[in-house]
Write a protein of this length. Structure first.
Length: 95
């Protein structure tokens, strides 16, 4: 039983390390998205091409339609967030 308990604790450490790295990766992706959007937006009074306005609207829609329940801490909610980030990256990359 002692070995089983030690393995459970080892798994806990692996989980925490993995979660920490995943969180850092998502934060980095969001920072890159923010930088890409900021760079393309120009000044507040800049006139943007209609394609960029449509893309910005698509990004807003992606985030606003995201249906997750953070308080439940479900794996599928993390996957949904990751998928939205990927979709947003595709939009920003084509700029």
């Amino acid at each position: 039983m002692k070995s089983a308990l030690e393995e459970v604790e080892a798994l806990r450490r692996l989980f925490r390390a993995t979660l920490k790295h995943f969180s850092a990766s998502v934060e980095s992706d969001l920072d890159k998205l923010k930088s890409g959007i900021t760079a393309k937006a120009g000044g507040e009074k800049a006139t943007l091409p209609s394609e960029l306005v449509r893309d910005a609207r698509d990004i807003v829609t992606l985030v606003r339609t995201l249906e997750i329940k953070p308080e439940k801490g479900r794996r599928r909610d993390l996957k949904k967030i990751d998928e939205v980030i990927e979709d947003m990256q595709k939009i920003v990359e084509k700029w």
